[in-house]
Write a protein that binds this ligand. Structure first.
Ligand code: FES
Length: 93
């Protein structure tokens, strides 16, 4: 099963492949915050430290939003990510 390490919380959580990051965060009381849950507010921005290829591919609407926010290339919206393999993330400041 894929492992998600959340550096900010010093937690590593195993989840089923394809599990939604938002569900994982709510199940395990992490520091990642959510607002709209629909890729429109930026509250859930995370920085992917390792395993970016193990998250579901970025879609056009997420990419457009991240560009608007001047996000770094390794930043994603947690509410838009599914876990496909091992990944290490932290909360974006
Ligand atoms: S919760 Fe609003 S963009 Fe993810």
């Amino acid at each position: 099963m894929p492992k998600v390490t959340i550096k900010t919380d010093n937690k590593t959580i195993e989840v089923a492949q394809g599990y939604a990051m938002i569900d994982l965060c709510e199940d395990h009381d992490t520091s990642i915050l959510f607002g709209c849950r629909d890729g429109a507010c930026g509250a859930c921005m995370i920085r992917v430290l390792e395993g970016a290829e193990n998250l579901s591919p970025i879609r056009d609407d997420e990419r457009d939003f991240l560009e608007t926010m001047a996000a770094e290339p390794n930043e994603r919206l947690a509410c838009q990510c599914k876990v496909l393999g091992d990944v290490k993330i932290e909360v974006s400041e």
